[in-house]
Design a protein around this ligand. Structure first.
Ligand code: TXA
Ligand code: MG
Length: 330
């Protein structure tokens, strides 16, 4: 079983040493816990896919300790730089061309000539600085399952497969980072996430370009079904049916009380930031009760609501991979 430790200075050194030895460490970031490996070590990165049971090699996000480290591995255009200056450290990932002399292992980018980079808040940055290399880190959960937002969730899911878990309490944001790619003057939104689109739009003084579903699959790894609990998921529920577990949003309605087998409220005050933080944890808690269906009340699409709805739609999607994915599972 993985050892779980509090993230003090000693733990940071221990994590860096474990990573330098090519092992996996679960690290807290402000978005979700990451399953980290030294991004320059191909064996270590392969270990991530193995531990997660990913069906094929999706490209992974690479975490850096500062912009100078990003510059060593990727080519940064002025608009990407402006986004970094405004939002790093924070829940924003940028897809950038790899430098020809990059030391990031090709498995990290799944052979693409671009890499997704982000600078996380919190102690992850200190671990990266201590290691001196970027960290490849997807969310710390078995492939297709709900992302881990606490050390306990990570230990329950992956504890037998990793060396070390750093416990910094529940994740502050609770949703994965927003992923964008600059294309000329345009900024493409590849994945909605913990930084609201509106915040980026305010900085660039224009609209983000959104990808449609097919194009999103082209941004590799965006499987239609993802974040899946064992229970079925029913969305936009105005009236809960007998026996359903209710994932509520906004003021509680008395009428639901006797019908729902269980009820958790993402945010009684309708606060989307609070809802984002609670989302994965509450889905897991309702799922653990073993009911057949989790019914989810409507959630507005503004701000972080876009990413919350994105994850909920994936959780509700049929549990077969789309044809594009099947083609790649040989
Ligand atoms: O908040 C987060 O982003 C978390 C924490 C741990 O930092 N990390 C995370 O990483 O969600 P990961 O590796 O699961 O995200 C991978 C996604 C892929 O599914 C793909 O959509 C996108 O990042 N991606 C990675 N590299 C890409 C590339 N070169 N081009 C386009 N998309 C890329
Ligand atoms: Mg994930």
């Amino acid at each position: 079983m993985a050892e779980t430790i509090a993230p003090d200075e000693q733990a940071i050194l221990k994590a860096a040493q474990t990573l330098a030895a090519g092992k996996l460490v679960a690290i807290p970031t402000e978005t979700v816990y990451g399953l980290a490996a030294d991004a320059t070590n191909g064996d270590a990165v392969a270990g991530i896919f193995e531990a997660k049971g990913r069906p094929h090699f999706n490209p992974l996000i690479c975490h850096v300790s500062d912009i100078a480290m990003a510059e060593r591995y990727a080519v940064i255009d002025p608009l990407s730089r402006k986004l970094m200056d405004a939002f790093w450290p924070g829940p924003l990932t940028l897809v950038l061309p790899l430098r020809p002399d990059t030391h990031i292992h090709p498995l990290v980018a799944a052979g693409l000539d671009t890499v997704a980079l982000r600078m996380p808040r919190g102690i992850a940055g200190k671990i990266i600085a201590a290691l001196g290399h970027p960290l490849a880190a997807p969310s710390a959960n078995t492939s297709g399952r709900i992302s881990g937002t606490s050390a306990q969730a990570v230990a329950d899911d992956l504890g037998s497969k990793i060396a070390l878990i750093l416990d910094a309490g529940p994740s502050e944001v609770g949703l994965e980072s927003t992923i964008v790619k600059v294309d000329g003057d345009a900024v493409l939104l590849l994945r909605p996430g913990g930084l609201a689109a509106e915040d980026i739009e305010a900085l660039i003084g224009g609209s983000l370009q959104r990808m449609d579903q097919r194009a999103a699959i082209e941004a590799p790894g965006m499987m239609a079904s993802h974040y899946a609990p064992s229970a079925g998921v029913r969305l936009n529920v105005h009236e809960v049916r007998d026996g359903e577990a209710l994932l509520a949003f906004g003021p509680d309605r008395a009428a639901d009380a006797h019908r729902a087998s269980a009820r958790l409220n993402l945010s009684e005050t309708g606060n989307l930031r609070e809802a984002a933080t609670n989302l994965f944890d509450f889905m897991k808690r309702l799922d653990r009760l073993g009911g057949a269906v989790i019914a989810v009340e409507p959630i507005p699409f503004t701000g972080l609501g876009e990413a919350i709805n994105d994850r909920l739609v994936r959780a509700a999607a049929p549990r077969v991979p789309p044809i594009e994915e099947l083609e790649q599972i040989k």
